[in-house]
Design a protein around this ligand. Sequence first.
Ligand SMILES: [Zn+2]
Length: 163
Amino acid sequence: MIDASPSPRFLCDAMLGSLARWLRLCGYDCLYLGTEPEDAELARIAERENRWLLTRDRELAAIGPKTQMVDSGILESQLAEVLNRHSLPPPEDLEHSRCSDCNGLLEDATADEVSAIVPPYVLETAERFRRCSDCARVYWPGTHGEQIHVRFARVRQKMTRTE
Ligand SMILES: [Zn+2]
C-alpha cells in the first residue's frame, strides 16, 4: 500500500525547544539542535533532510519554501498552528510517540528488561513499558502524568476553533 500522505518531518529553531518535545510526543520526527547552528546552517540541514523548518524568526522564515513562521508564543497554540498547517490530526494519545528527549523511536520492552532503570513501584504496577532505541530512556503510561492529556485537550480545542 502506498502511503499518500507521509508525515512531514520538522526541524525546530532554538526558540522552539518545547514545541519540538511535544511534536515528538505526538509522534512526529522533529530535530532540535539547540542554540548552536546559525540560521543558514539550520536552513541547509532542513533542506538536506527534507524537513519543515519551524521558526519564530521572520527573517529565517523567509529563507526557503519549506519554512513555517510560528506566530504564537504559547505552546498549545504553536502545536495547533503546526498541526493545522500540515492538515495533521489533533493529538489524542501517546501511541505513536517518539522519545521527547532525543527524537528516537520507542520500542516495546519487558519489565525484566527495564528493571534496573524503573522504580520498583512502577515496575509492579505499570501495564507496559517502551524504551527509546537511541538514548534508552524508559516510558510507561503515566510518565508524563495527567498534564499531557490536559494539554492535548487544549490543543484539540484550539484546532477546532481555527477551522
Ligand atoms: Zn531517546
